[in-house]
Write a new protein. Structure first.
Length: 699
């Protein structure tokens, strides 16, 4: 048996089972060795039925004497009850609520192993286990029961018909017969971190020793589990570091930061930057100065003031004779950035031009010519910027807003319009630094972790659909006081269909003619023509309309400081990060702002989301909760960033180990005296991890 042996040829597997295993991504002996349990059970306390004491947790091996399913008619609740005997003279009753699924398998005569807490049924003078764990023992029992009880046992996720018990048996066989994988972790790293050898780690993860701590096992923190988790992160981080080192070695533009550049930045700044803004400005300036291409992610919560930082980077580029391009995900946002940046940069007599799908063909033609002639210093636009006939004379800086809306390919498309331009991507969904560096592997990360002064935290409230009248009168009070408000419907721009648009439109009718007959109400959705959208936005900005009924087209970046209330209808249909983004549309001025989440039905996850928003205004915390509730795989950015399916490691749960692994990987690769180790690491990654981690050109 080799590590690479297909599972089909392992004794006890065969083609049918091999197929079930393959569906779980388990193809070779090595895959099986790395198939880690997701839970452990303490079955050290094996007793005969007559020895069982009420209150204790124990394991019992017994035969089913009698079994029946009772259905309660009024509630859809089946009680499955089995009576068991083991020759000790006493009987045990096992009961499962919702036990229908046992009716076919736990028939009289079946031998089973039960694990659970013992109770006493005083009425019947019987020992009972309620909802015990159960495993069916096979009849032709050649098997050694010590594998499944009398110890802390591993519980595996079943694969098709392959039960946790079958996994235990298969893995036991493989552990006995297969060679162990090569331990490629440099021993210097292993000893420094204090980790066991790989072979030990694999064995003990499957078969914990007699002294293993159940608590640590179930928290994935035994030395053995830590070693396996560390490995996954370590090789990933080594790969990322090598890849980045290579990218950094490329030649890019070395911008000069002269006295004049500094003066221009000072002249542009309309207010005193926060300490966090100053810090990231410095990081970006340093990056632009050095002769390698900048690839930097600027993350900061909604309203943290990223745009001004982008403007400052643009000044550096423009003063050095280069052009800057700003790419935004929607017309509305591109427009708003254009207006905002133009106002900032007009003072310096720079030429800022918009380029979106909204302009007519002649205008576009003209702007493109001006870009090609280097008459335009900065162009702000949407996807229209990516078209092949947009040619820059000297593109030096690419700024991409709301990076998760764009793929890597679009970033590259814009970069290719210059010669190794510097790139700054911005996101309003900040996540912990190490996680960001890992998810967005090719980017450096700058974080604005502070809001401009004077912001009042937004007050968030929850209302049910039946309380919506009260919500509307609350809204009316604010309109009366001179404020403005958003009412948002759960339609995502890309999925706006005729039917959903109709819903938004009829809601608009309802609000404008019945609920607020004397208030100017505007409507904004993604299916409107660009000039209609512009118009709706401009009228709201100018204060002509007081209420803007909108779909999620306003999700990103829209900035109207006088708007102080946002009502989000059917809030249960939005994700957490998205709700936070939407909420960020208010709280941009000096007035106390409110976000009201209206829901009709809520499940547990939905309730948790609402609670998180009511409790917190902190984008970091919210992003973290979002990942916890959805799982990082679903979290945006993750999918396109090419992070592979980690096997045992979990980006959220194991953030501390990720941190450690990243530090060790970087230290190793940067170290001069460990050249031999580094070469070995490169070889190992190329052989084993390249495909899994999609690390195109490592080393
Ligand atoms: P975001 O990070 O969400 O893109 P913006 O760049 O749109 O944030 O900034 C939000 C608002 O805060 C803008 O109106 C901006 O002018 C203002 N702002 C940014 N930085 C500061 C600061 N240091 N002091 C005062 N206001 C600021
Ligand atoms: Mg922004």
């Amino acid at each position: 048996m080799e590590l690479s042996t297909p599972l089909q040829y392992v004794k006890g597997i065969g083609p049918a089972r091999a197929q079930m295993l393959a569906a779980k991504g388990l193809e070779t002996v090595s895959d099986l060795l790395y198939y880690a349990p997701f839970r452990y059970e303490d079955r050290r306390n094996v007793k005969s039925i007559s020895e069982l004491a009420p209150g204790e947790k124990a394991a019992v091996l017994a035969r089913i004497a009698d079994a029946k399913l009772t259905n309660f008619r009024r509630r859809a609740l089946g009680l499955f009850e089995a009576t068991l005997e083991d020759g000790s003279g006493s009987r045990l009753s096992a009961r499962w609520f919702h036990g229908e699924r046992y009716a076919d398998s736990l028939t009289p005569g079946t031998r089973v192993a039960l694990f659970g807490k013992v109770e006493l049924d005083r009425m019947r003078g019987l020992r009972v286990m309620v909802q015990p764990e159960v495993e069916i023992l096979s009849e032709d029992d050649d098997e050694d029961e010590t594998l499944h009880s009398g110890r802390v046992v591993a519980v595996y996720e079943a694969a098709g018909k392959i039960s946790t018990r079958a996994f235990r048996k298969l893995i036991d066989r493989v552990l006995k017969e297969a060679p162990m994988p090569e331990d490629a972790l440099p021993s210097s790293v292993r000893t420094r971190v204090g980790l066991p050898h790989l072979a030990t780690a694999i064995r003990e993860t499957h078969c914990p020793g007699p002294d293993a701590s159940l608590a640590l096992l179930n928290e994935f923190r035994t030395p053995a589990q830590t070693r396996l988790i560390f490995d996954e992160f370590f090789w990933l981080e080594c790969g990322l570091t090598l890849k980045k080192t290579k990218a950094r070695a490329a030649t890019g533009i070395s911008f000069e930061i002269t006295e004049r550049v500094r003066d221009q930045i000072k002249a542009m700044l309309p207010f005193k930057p926060t300490a966090a803004q100053k810090r990231v400005m410095q990081e970006i300036a340093d990056d632009m100065k050095n002769p390698h291409p900048m690839n930097r992610l600027l993350q900061g919560d909604v309203g943290s003031g990223k745009t001004i930082v982008a403007a400052q980077a643009a000044i550096i580029a423009i003063e050095n004779g280069y052009q800057a391009a700003v790419l935004a995900p929607t017309e509305i946002l591109a427009n708003q950035h254009f207006v905002y940046l133009k106002r900032l940069l007009d003072k310096l007599h720079y030429v800022v031009a918009p380029l979106t799908g909204a302009a007519n063909a002649r205008e576009k033609q003209q702007i493109k010519r001006l870009i090609a002639d280097r008459y335009v210093h900065m162009v702000v636009g949407t996807h229209a910027l990516l078209q092949s006939d947009v040619v820059f004379s000297k593109l030096g800086l690419v700024i991409i807003d709301e990076q998760h809306r764009f793929g890597v390919r679009q970033r590259l498309a814009l970069m290719e319009k210059g010669a190794q331009p510097d790139v700054l991507v911005m996101t309003a969904t900040p996540i912990p630094r190490t996680l960001a560096l890992t998810l967005y592997g090719d980017l450096d990360v700058s974080t604005i972790d502070e809001l401009p002064p004077g912001r009042k935290p937004i007050v968030t409230r929850h209302a049910t659909q039946s309380q919506v009248e009260g919500v509307y009168s609350f809204l009316a009070q604010h309109i009366k006081a001179g404020r403005q408000a958003y009412v948002v419907y759960p339609i995502v721009e890309e999925t706006e269909t005729t039917a959903t648009i109709k819903a938004a439109e009829s809601m608009f009718e309802h609000l404008s003619s019945i609920v607020f007959p004397n208030v100017a109400v505007g409507l904004l959705h993604g299916r409107m023509r660009p000039e209609e959208k512009d118009d709706a936005m401009m009228r709201f900005k100018a204060g002509e309309t007081k209420i803007l009924v909108s779909t999620t087209v306003i999700e990103v970046g829209v900035d109207v400081p006088n708007a102080s209330v946002i009502v989000i209808e059917q809030a249960e249909r939005f994700g957490l990060a998205q709700l936070h983004q939407l909420r960020g549309r208010v709280g941009r001025g000096s007035h106390q702002s409110y976000c009201i989440l209206v829901t009709s039905k809520l499940n547990d996850v939905g309730r948790e989301r609402i609670r998180t928003l009511i409790d917190s205004n902190d984008g970091f915390h919210i992003a973290e909760m979002d990942m916890k509730l959805r799982g990082p795989g679903e979290f945006y950015g993750t999918k396109q960033s090419g992070i592979p399916g980690l096997r045992l490691a979990d980006l959220m749960r194991d953030a501390d180990i990720l941190e450690l692994a990243r530090k060790e990987a970087q230290t190793l690769i940067a170290s001069e005296e460990n050249k031999e180790d580094v070469r070995a690491v490169v070889r190992y990654i190329q052989e084993h991890w390249q495909r899994r981690y999609a690390l195109a050109q490592v080393g």
